[in-house]
Design a protein around this ligand. Sequence first.
Ligand SMILES: O=c1ccn([C@@H]2O[C@H](COP(=O)(O)OP(=O)(O)O[C@H]3O[C@H](CO)[C@@H](O)[C@H](O)[C@H]3O)[C@@H](O)[C@H]2O)c(=O)[nH]1
Ligand SMILES: O=C(O)[C@H](O)COP(=O)(O)O
Length: 282
Amino acid sequence: MPHPSPPRVVAVVPARDEEARIGSTVTALHGLAQVAHVVVVDDGSADQTAAVAEWAGRVEVVRHERNHGKAAAMTTGAARAAELAPGAAVLFVDADLEASAGNLGPVVDAVLTGSADMAIAVLPPQHSPGGGFGLVVRTAREGIARLTGWTPTQPLSGQRCLTRAALDAAMPLAAGWGVEVGLTVDVLRGGGRVVEVPCELHHRVTGRDLASQLHRARQLAGVTRALAERSGVPRAAAGHARTAGRVVRSGAARAAAAGRRASSGRLGGAVRRRTGGTWHEL
Ligand SMILES: O=c1ccn([C@@H]2O[C@H](COP(=O)(O)OP(=O)(O)O[C@H]3O[C@H](CO)[C@@H](O)[C@H](O)[C@H]3O)[C@@H](O)[C@H]2O)c(=O)[nH]1
Ligand SMILES: O=C(O)[C@H](O)COP(=O)(O)O
């Protein structure tokens, strides 16, 4: 009987004020055979997110002392993933998926089987309807299509698995809520294969109240900025040239990346990791 292949993905969960959901999300990720490690990045939460994640067990918790935004949390998690399992694929998972995170297997498999360099989960209609007008989603979808020729169904979906090479080539990540749009454009421009995979996932939808509409305004700003940062670079020079199976950045892409790095403002403050009951400065 053939041996099952060893797990080759590290799950990275950016989390801000998710004490009510993070425990079940971590537990569900442990149920995925492909997941070797779970890294939770507590992005400056005011609640017990870090403690609840630790109670779930078998998890690496890295903590931002202050809130830096989702993209910074993903960057921190990706760095820790590289230490834990060099070369392993990375699965980004929102903290609010709870038990449904256990359904991410097909997304991971699309990458581990070599079918894609980045696989993005497409969610079914959610139980409670969202309260937006589709503006952010439309802006993201049309912007990605304009820059790459590919039209995603759910351009904002943060549930995505990438090979380490594709992730490293897309660094630095676009800031804040532009991170998914930036990743999609950068991986495609680098010659990567991107697929969307339907997945039975459920998350907290953004509602209609003032806080929700402010959240949408911030999402729109992040998406618009990520698209603008990628608009001035000619397609041929923009991405990463693929040479003999290796992903390398062109000079123009490096310059563009340096520009993005300068404006991304990520990881300004202290980052700490808890090991054996002690927080370490990173
Ligand atoms: O400063 C923050 C804010 C949020 N999060 C975490 O980021 C994830 C997504 O945040 P959420 O509030 O659920 O955002 P939504 O608007 O519901 O997210 C949709 O849209 C986002 C892009 O705008 C994507 O990142 C998400 O995957 C997608 O579900 C969650 O795990 C949060 O805890 C952070 O780590 N830092
Ligand atoms: O609710 C959502 O799906 C996001 O916040 C985006 O909102 P919008 O695309 O409906 O403006």
